[in-house]
Write a protein that binds this ligand. Structure first.
Ligand SMILES: Nc1ncnc2c1ncn2[C@@H]1O[C@H](COP(=O)(O)OP(=O)(O)OP(=O)(O)O)[C@@H](O)[C@H]1O
Ligand SMILES: [Mg+2]
Length: 471
């Protein structure tokens, strides 16, 4: 700010002084040219009169010309003595003016100078108040050489006054412009720094943990863009924070349920030592089941957090998807048979792609397991694998409970369950489908659902066989 003012100040001062110089040079030049021309001209006319000592004619000419030119005319001889004076006062006096000396001793043909007379000095112009006078001298050349000098003394008070008026005007312009610059600079800096300091304060607050703070979006251009981008970033951070908290609380809740069940079972075993052995064995089995469930949840949570922190690495290999589907369904066959469900497998032969075998296996497993889980006893689940262009298309179709339209958009969210009570019964955590979606996305594929309550659901996974992202 100070530097800015300094630059403005210095540049204006320089501009003002050079402008004054320019104006004064112009005025001087004009004056010098005018005076010198008339004095030189007059000198040539007067020289013969002076040489032939026509005293009266010379005196008259001097008085007349002096009056016309608005100044005093004097003729000085070679010794510097005044011979004639249009004011008729200084005759016989010796004049030691530099302009006269320049001609008489310096040999110049003409000389010009402007002088400021100090208070006591008597003015040669005759008017006491004149401060500035101009001396214009020109040599008087006769037939036998130089005879002396013609001196013209004129008041230049007016010229000097207009010069100082110009200076005063420039000074006031300079002061005005400097004040305007100062005002503009302070307004400008306030306009610039205000939103920046508001943003800084907000960032500081955010750094202290308050993610709800936002900056006011004002003005236009870059600052507006910055405020908007900052707010968008804060919004994202806040929602990330919210979903992380949600995730932790959901996960804790899910882990608490099997632990609570196990505690009850354990306490029963401890406090009822004479429990019949069949009941004891059943309790033990239940506990074993809960431990499996706990392990399952923890494995799912680990898978999800690994995918979140992008630590999950795919180990692509040539996978025969047809074989993988058949193998996975074989694992689920006993569970289906137990509930009288028909699990049908219709796969094209030799569908191959580069993928992470175990992760694709998990996708097939989760979807088929859901199909069986949400289909009543005696129902059917059909898994189909076909090839459509460059895509391998896997569908898992069941004739089970189906999913209401309003839930379909959420079933891929973590911990989302359509029917909380029922899925708790069936042991679901609500993580299976979110894992499916993430794994399919990692393979550049898509997963979708088509379902109607009471009629059944069809999940479709499309995987690009060339590993390229689908358009
Ligand atoms: N084939 C299906 N038929 C009907 N509802 C389904 C089907 N698949 C999923 N759902 C609904 O979507 C919800 C989410 O499924 P998801 O697989 O993510 O969780 P889950 O099966 O409840 O638990 P888990 O984490 O053990 O898989 C389920 O709770 C269920 O309500
Ligand atoms: Mg599931």
């Amino acid at each position: 700010m100070l530097a800015f003012l300094l630059i403005v100040g210095v540049s204006f001062a320089m501009m003002a002084s050079s402008l004054t110089n320019l104006v004064s040079d112009y005025l001087y030049e004009q004056r010098i040219r005018q005076d010198s021309l008339s004095v030189e001209k007059l000198a040539t006319t007067l020289a013969p009169l002076f040489q032939s000592a026509k005293t009266d004619a010379l005196q008259d000419a001097l008085v007349e010309e002096g009056g016309q030119m608005g100044g005093r005319l004097m003729i000085v001889d070679e010794d510097g003595k005044v011979q004639f004076d249009s004011f008729g006062k200084l005759c016989g006096m010796r004049l030691e003016l530099p302009e006269v000396l320049a001609i008489l001793t310096g040999g110049q043909s003409s000389a010009y100078g402007i002088h400021r007379l100090s208070g006591g000095e008597s003015s040669l112009t005759g008017t006491a108040e004149d401060e500035y006078v101009a001396y214009c001298a020109s040599s008087l050349i006769g037939t036998r050489g130089r005879l002396g000098a013609l001196l013209f003394v004129s008041p230049v008070q007016e010229m000097m006054q207009s010069l100082s008026a110009v200076q005063r005007q420039l000074l006031s312009v300079f002061v005005g412009v400097a004040a305007a610059a100062l005002l503009a600079a302070s307004i400008f800096s306030r306009v610039i720094t205000k939103p920046i300091s508001a943003l800084t304060r907000t960032i500081e607050k955010m750094g202290k943990g308050d993610l709800s703070v936002r900056v006011k979006v004002r003005g236009s251009g870059e600052m507006r863009h910055l405020a908007e981008s900052y707010n968008a970033m804060a919004e994202q951070l806040e929602s990330l924070d919210r979903s992380r908290n949600q995730f932790v609380s959901n996960a804790s809740h899910e882990l608490k349920t099997p632990l609570a069940t196990m505690k009850i079972l354990l306490e029963s075993l401890i406090y009822q030592p004479d429990m019949p052995s069949e009941l004891r064995a059943e309790f033990m089995q239940d506990m074993d089941h809960e431990i499996d469930r706990l392990t399952g949840i923890i494995t799912d949570l680990l898978t999800l957090t690994q995918m979140d922190s992008r630590q999950m690495e795919l180990h692509p290999e040539a996978v025969n998807l047809s074989e993988l589907t058949e193998e996975t369904l074989r694992l689920l066959q006993p569970a289906a048979e137990k509930r009288g469900q028909t699990l049908t497998c219709r796969v094209v032969d030799g569908c191959r792609l580069m993928a992470d075998r175990s992760k694709l296996g998990q996708v097939i497993y989760n979807l088929t397991e859901n199909g069986l889980k949400y289909t009543p006893d005696g129902g059917s689940v059909t898994v189909t694998l076909t090839v459509e262009g460059r895509f391998a298309v896997l569908t898992v179709q069941d004739n089970g409970v189906g999913i209401p339209k309003e839930d379909q958009a959420h079933i891929f969210d973590r911990f989302y369950r359509v029917d909380k009570a029922r899925s708790r019964e069936t042991g679901g955590t609500g993580l299976g489908l979110s894992i499916v979606r993430q794994l399919v996305t990692l393979h550049h594929g898509t997963v979708s659902v088509d379902s109607a309550p009471g009629k059944g659901s069809t999940f479709t996974v499309r995987l690009p066989m060339d590993g390229k992202e689908s358009a």
